[in-house]
Every structure is written in structure tokens, then in C-alpha cells.
Design a protein around this ligand. Sequence first.
Ligand code: CO8
Length: 297
Amino acid sequence: MAAPVRGMSLLRQACLGLVRPTGAQVCTQVPYRCYSTPGVGQVQVDMNSETGVATVRLNRPPVNSLNLDVLTELGIALEKLDADRTCRAMVLASAVPGIFSAGLDILEMYQSTPERCVAFWRALQDAWLGLYGSRLVTMAAIEGHSPAGGCLLAMSCDYRVMADGKFQIGLNETRLGIVAPFWFEDVMLNTIGHRETEKALQLGAMYSAQQALSIGLVDKVVPLAEVMPTVQGELKNWLQIPDAARVITKTSMRKQVLDRLRSQKEKDAQFFADFIGRDSVQRSLGAYIASLQKRKS
Ligand code: CO8
């Protein structure tokens, strides 16, 4: 077993087989392979080797907020699926009813240390590079709220199906007194165009499913119970296309945006840690956390 790699979390190294495993494993169960991490299990992956479709479910109640561990697990799961030649498609979904993902875990950004902020941000960068750059057909089954980082994950898939009703989706960062990074902005630009992105980002707009459909933020809106069947139906269209031609096309469409982050990952992580550490930003985040708690009382 090799010596631990500096700058990479132990969980990630264990899952990649670089250090002695602390629990992460791949269990095989035909036709499903389940890449699970016993004792953690915040990202559940079921791989159906008959269809070549994997379902990845975020499982961090109550709201699937994305902390360092979840992002690390997600990045590793995506890496493994990408390396699995029997896998052709991936559905990103949630195991928590009513929530796709509440976005980044605000507690990772509030009263944290610069070192933790940098590690957290690197994990987000890696998970996003894995998702946006995935060779697989990727579909988001949005069966609940999807603010901020949740919206980023959904937008980074090739296709989005959202449940109709009370759920909302959008990049609401400005409402927290923070700014969506350039790569969040790039992904939104590529999804809904310049004018809608300008409005959406400045206002920190949260959209209902119908509003999201009208600006192209999601591709289809159906009743909650029909989200998964609709995704499965749409997958059939995508899987009819020969993989090689589709992947080359996808890569060519996304390369510029991916390269923009790849070329300045460390600078971006440092910028995040410096920005989030500012007193004014910490005050905004503190007030936002208090407002979330107040809603309940
Ligand atoms: N992080 C951490 N905790 C959260 C988060 C979150 N993102 N969202 C909710 N929680 C907590 C709540 O505070 C609450 O905690 P507690 O039970 O201790 O009071 C618990 O989760 C349950 O929340 P709710 O009761 O509000 O659950 P609901 O089902 O009623 O509502 C919602 C779910 C709609 C998701 C609601 O919780 C919500 O709006 N949450 C806030 C979502 C949000 O604003 N996320 C933004 C995160 S920032 C981000 O993703 C990108 C940051 C980019 C940074 C760039 C800087 C340079």
C-alpha cells in the first residue's frame, strides 16, 4: 500500500485504493453493483449492469446539504462510474423526500478555518469536474427543492426532469450575501443564456418548476410520481445514440468551461477561502442561518 498522498483527503485516498480502506468498498450483486461506503452511505450508487444505467442518490438528511464528505464521496462515485466500461448513463437523484439538494452546507462556510475552506472547495471542484465532464449520459431527477449548489448539480447534467408543485430551483447565492463563482455562472449561461442568467444571478432568483421550464432551466415538468419514469423514458432516446459520437460532441461543447476552471483550480480555491473569511460575508451567512432557523419558530 502506497504512502498517503498530501493534499487529498484520507476518505478519497481510501476509496481510490491508495491507502488501507477504512470502510469504503464495492459490493457486487448481479445485476446491480452497489458502490457503497458502509458507515457513511451519504451517496448511494446502484449500477444496473443489464441496462448500463447507474442511479446515484444523495442521502444526507434532512436536506442533502453538500459538506466535505458528501462532495468527496460524490466525486469518487462519479470517477468510478466513469471508469466502469459497462456504465453508459447516470441518473442523479435524492434519497431524501422533498429535497434534491439544499446546496453547499452553509456550516462549512461559517466560522470555518481557511484550510478546511480550501479542502471543501477542492472537493466541490472535483465533484463538479467529474459531473460536468462525465462521458456518461447524465440526467437529474429533481424530486424536491434544488437551491444553489443543488441547482448547479442539476444544471451540470445533460437533461433535467423536475417535479411540479411547491419545489423551487435556482442559484440564490446573492441572497446569502455571497457570489456564485465564475463556473456556476458559466454553467447557467450555457443552460439558459445570457439575459436570463443576468437576471437570475443578480436577483438570486428561485423558480417554481413551471417558471424553470419556461426559461429552459429544466427540460420537463411532471407530477412527482412520474419524475423517475420520465427520466427512464428519456434515457432510451439518449442511449440510442452511439456513445463515441455523443461523447465527442458533449466534450467539444463543454471543454471550454471545464478548462477555464481546470487552469485555475488553486487560485479559485484560495479566492473562495479569502472571500468567505471576510467579516462582512461571515455576518451575512450568520444572519442567513438565523433566518433559516427563524422560519421554523
Ligand atoms: N446548509 C446547511 N444546513 C442547511 C442548509 C444548507 N444549505 N439548508 C437547510 N439547512 C438546515 C436548516 O437550517 C435546518 O436546520 P435545523 O433543523 O438545525 O434548524 C435543516 O437543514 C432543515 O431545513 P428546513 O427546516 O429549512 O427544511 P425545509 O424542508 O423546510 O426547506 C430548503 C428546505 C428549501 C432547502 C430550505 O432549508 C432552504 O432554503 N435552505 C437554504 C438553501 C440555501 O440557501 N442554500 C445555499 C447554499 S450556498 C451554495 O450552495 C453555493 C455557494 C457558493 C459560494 C460561493 C462563494 C464565493
